[in-house]
Design a protein around this ligand. Structure first.
Ligand SMILES: Cc1cc2nc3c(=O)[nH]c(=O)nc-3n(C[C@H](O)[C@H](O)[C@H](O)COP(=O)(O)OP(=O)(O)OC[C@H]3O[C@@H](n4cnc5c(N)ncnc54)[C@H](O)[C@@H]3O)c2cc1C
Length: 363
């Protein structure tokens, strides 16, 4: 079992109050008043309840790969999710349902499913962080989203102080969102994924992936081939964590792809008439999703664009904002994000929204 978290903790020992920078992939964030590790679902609940009793705010943190923590840190208890493992809880001739502990490193799970001949998560290879965080923003990449596979999420409901299961239909899954995102109410303890018993992937939906695999969109490929190609493509974009590569000291995509109504989309096309057709994908409800990376690039922010304090746009991907020097402050990264957001708005009248959760800082 790999230890993928920015700063591994041992057993159930409370970690020292520490700069949260040590626990985030951006390597940013000030100190926490208190920081405790929880290695089982029971302990996660216990730690959260304990903080409640002390009337302290709680921040649940797992891989720290989708948070921007302010320089002032967090004035309460940070509960580090470090539970591990998964088990088959249901199966039939065609499918298996696995229940995965919240702290299980996501890519370890994906590797295991591919190894076992369980299809459904292979295109989500190489995404950092924990299994328990995947429902939070309905993690997705290369044509797959966890929402397609999650059947239920076991949670501790802080509002009602009880354990319960939120079935998939009640999770409010949307593009990079769910009822869990921006809510303090739910602590995810484990997640159920239903997967197909199949040596081949689902139909490949993502054009770049299909092209790289030498197949047509809609074709299926061996699970390991899909995983290997996704890992290769991601690595080329700095989207697999690499401690030696500052282009990966990011939260992945900093901005979501904007979803526009017709009027906003027409205005964008008008503003972009001199440079070409903006890449776009139709969405239900006569909405159009457009590429944030394209907007950022065409607004004049190229790969490698430097920001204050040693921050920079990744040299490998326009959407990843990095603490490139390793010595930046959160305020520097926020300043870079504002410059980009405002530049895109001025050029194209399209608002950009951050994908990570901002803690004690605002854009
Ligand atoms: C290089 C890189 C590439 C990435 N690529 C992708 C990608 O392709 N697609 C994609 O969707 N995302 C991507 N991400 C973002 C990120 O990896 C995912 O969102 C991941 O699921 C976050 O997991 P985490 O454990 O690090 O969550 P954290 O960053 O620790 O937490 C994120 C949010 O979830 C909450 N949270 C975490 N665990 C729990 C829990 N058990 N219960 C309740 N709340 C919880 C936290 O409070 C916080 O609000 C990428 C990030 C990086 C750094």
């Amino acid at each position: 079992m790999s230890d993928v978290y920015a700063k591994p903790t041992t057993d159930a020992e409370p970690a020292d109050p520490a700069a949260l920078a040590e626990y985030t992939t951006l390597r940013l964030g000030g100190p926490a008043a208190r920081c405790v590790a929880a290695t089982s679902a029971d302990e996660i609940v216990h730690r959260v309840r304990e903080a409640h009793r002390r009337d302290e705010p709680v921040l649940v943190l797992a891989g720290g790969s989708n948070v921007v923590v302010g320089d002032a840190g967090f004035p309460g208890t940070v509960v580090l999710i470090r539970s591990r493992g998964f088990a088959v809880v249901a199966e039939d001739a065609d499918t298996v349902t696995v229940r995965v502990e919240a702290g299980e490193p996501w890519d370890d799970l994906v590797a295991a499913t591919v190894g076992n001949g369980w299809s459904g998560l292979e295109c989500l290879s190489g995404i950092p962080g924990s299994a328990g965080a995947t429902p939070i923003q309905n993690v997705g990449a290369y044509g797959q989203e966890v929402a397609e596979r999650i059947t239920g999420v076991q949670v501790y409901d802080r509002a009602e102080d009880r354990l319960t299961t939120v079935v998939a239909a009640d999770c409010g899954f949307a593009y990079r969102g769910s009822i869990f995102k921006y809510s303090d109410r739910w602590v995810v303890l484990s997640v159920d994924f239903r997967l197909d018993r199949s040596p081949v992937s689902g139909p490949v939906r993502y054009a770049e992936l299909a092209r790289s695999l030498g197949v047509e969109v809609g074709d299926r490929v061996p699970l390991a081939a899909a995983r290997d190609m996704v890992l290769t493509l991601r690595a080329g974009k700095g989207m697999v964590l690499d401690p030696a590569d500052p282009d990966t000291w990011s939260v992945g995509s900093f901005f979501t792809n904007p979803v526009l109504d017709r009027a906003a989309y027409d205005l964008l096309r008008e503003r972009a008439a001199d440079i070409g057709e903006p890449p776009s994908w139709p969405c239900p409800g006569d909405l159009v999703k457009v590429s944030a990376a394209w907007l950022i690039d065409k607004a004049g922010f190229a790969k490698g664009h430097p920001g204050p304090g040693g921050t920079a746009i990744s040299g490998k991907h326009t959407l990843a904002l990095t603490n490139h020097s390793g010595t930046a402050r959160t305020a520097d990264l926020i300043a870079l994000a504002r410059e980009i957001r405002d530049g895109v708005h001025t050029r194209f009248a399209v608002p950009l929204h951050p994908e990570p959760v901002l803690i004690n800082c605002t854009l």
